[in-house]
Design a protein around this ligand. Sequence first.
Ligand SMILES: [Zn+2]
Length: 406
Amino acid sequence: MASQEWLKLGSVFAFVPLVSSLVELPITSAGTEVVLEAPAQKGWVLYTVRPGDVLGQIAQRFRVDPRAIMWSSGLKSDLLRPGMQLKIPLSGELQAQVRLPPGVKEYRVMNGATLERVAAKFGVSLLDMVSANPGISSLDHLAEGSTLYVTAGQKGLLLEVQKGQTLMDLAEKFGVSVPRLAKANALRSPLDLKPGDMVLIPGVMARTTLDRLVEKRRQELIAKALEEKRLAEERRQKQLAALRRKQEEARRTAQAQSSLRKLDASRTATATRLRQVGYSDDGFRWPVGNFTITTYFGGRGVYQRYHTGLDLAAPYGTPIYAAKSGQVEVAGWSRYGYGNHIIIDNGGGVETLYGHLSRFAVRSGQWVERGQLIGYIGSTGWSTGPHLHLEIRVGGVARNPLAYLP
Ligand SMILES: [Zn+2]
């Protein structure tokens, strides 16, 4: 079975290398058929010894020095036993014995070499190079250390002779006369050609192979460009995602701040509502429901040159509620003109005084809650009409009640 095969495409030949799993070798000793594994071009093959095998014959078959087989197989002698595994090296020795047509040179691929650079080095065309190496799979990716053939003289297609292939077969297959083929390969007899030999088919060029390789390179460049585009797009998307994350974070922060502002506004609104329903932040409320302010703090009163409280006029008997919670300190008659008055200790050095009451609703020493009924409007003491004299003292000093009331 051939390891390489030609496909006929119209009038042009395309070279398609086939990877075969088995390579059959010529039978050199009667009754012994040898089947072994590829890869036959480089490295080594494993050979299982059969009855009747002789090391010299195997070495001849593989065109390898028998000592090389002994060395690589770890043999102490050349005596073989059936079933024994031989490791047969194929590299140097085989290459050295490959028959090359005149004018064909071997070139060992160096790192980074491309087919174009090698062609330029030898002054041949890319088509010449592809024709001399039709099994090549890429113009750009050459395996370092692999061998390239260069047709320095006559140009043409360089092929390995397959088992059973004759000079006449090749001449017929490629439409070249036998004498021309024999001359190009310096063959004295058509029978000089052995399988594994390299044969030059003059004037036949691997145009289709070159086209295929050029197309392959184009596709690779396109694929590379697409991949670069894809990577660029990926980078762009990542940047966009990062930007979106930042924006989202900023939005959340703004939202949180807005929520805080709303909460503040809500607290303020609550305070406002508390004020509207009659409670201040300081815990004071108006002690009378309906009233008229007749004298403000600091103004000149009927009996005082300096008014120490706030006068709230309301009908006689109107209920008076505690402006702030605390303990009733005094609930009785005043020697200082307040008449029936109540003093509540609100704690923290704050006292509230309610004067001119008609009646009391609490007793001294009693605890009262804010808004609790403590007495009724009257006009006792130094008073000209029913009203409540409300006084707020902080640390014993009278302060303007309007500063504390809602
Ligand atoms: Zn007063």
